[in-house]
Design a protein around this ligand. Structure first.
Ligand code: ATP
Length: 230
């Protein structure tokens, strides 16, 4: 199976901090790929670099076997930070604003609302949504444009247990539609439940990469601060 993303020797230094150190990983097409590591291990830096919002100090990455470009960017949807939705607009209206910014036809909005399970609540104001519904709408915004790859940074952070369950189920549903998902998490149980493949990062370095089942079978992952590491 082809890889949607190949990262080679990626490094990032912020003054005295080596945030990433020679990271090389590959994200297979159709996988749900988890970047797992404790706080400060370089997950967000990795996602920022491959989404072109952070410049690497060294290294390269290729999307779909190509150098990153406008056309590769159009094939990727990302949720790095919570979007600023308007509390007094409803779900549909909020997504319509994102659709206009992304120049995506309005016809896609309905499909996305169905995918994220909010079609029946689309006429309700955003401010009345539960935490899980708010995050599902944010994932919906990332899905506008029908990307082949969805990139999510800590998608269940700050959610209540119900919201966590909803978002994890949504990730599985989106993957079933044939999209590849790359997500960062500090939660071993999240990666174990949701992901097919994983990379474990520690202090900017890759510890291990591969299918989740084989990594869990052959490595002793220990929990640190509710997160996990090697
Ligand atoms: P978290 O879950 O806390 O975001 P992370 O695994 O995503 O952790 P990064 O945010 O990538 O880790 O941070 C990696 C290291 O780089 C950390 O030590 C962090 O303090 C440092 N760092 C990140 N951004 C900057 C910046 N703009 N300036 C200086 N240091 C930074």
């Amino acid at each position: 199976m082809a890889n949607v993303l190949d990262i080679q020797g990626l490094s990032k230094r912020y003054k005295s901090v080596q945030a990433l150190d020679q990271l090389s990983i590959s994200v297979p097409e159709g996988s749900i790929y988890g970047l797992l590591g404790p706080n400060g291990s370089g997950k967000t830096t990795t996602l920022g670099i491959v989404l072109d919002v952070i410049n690497p100090t060294a290294g390269t990455f290729r999307w779909f076997g190509e150098a990153p470009s406008k056309s590769t960017k159009r094939r990727i949807g990302a949720l790095l930070e919570t979007p600023n939705f308007y509390p007094y607009l409803n779900g549909f209206q909020n997504l319509r604003i994102t659709a206009d910014i992304k120049q995506v036809p309005h016809a896609q909005i309905q499909h996305v609302l169905e995918t994220v399970g909010l079609a029946h609540r689309q006429h309700n104001d955003f401010k009345g949504y539960s935490l899980g519904m708010k995050q599902r709408l944010a994932i919906g915004a990332a899905l506008l444009g029908d990307p082949e790859v969805l990139v999510l940074d800590e998608p269940t952070n700050g959610l209540d247990p119900e919201g966590i369950a909803e978002v994890r189920e949504l990730i599985l549903n989106v993957a079933q539609q044939g999209k590849t998902i790359l997500l960062a998490s500090h939660l071993l149980d999240e990666v174990e439940k949701v992901c097919t493949h994983m990379a474990v990062l520690r202090a900017g370095k890759l510890k291990v990469e591969g299918p989740v089942q084989s990594i869990m079978a052959t490595n002793d992952l220990v929990f640190i601060n509710g997160g996990a590491s090697l």
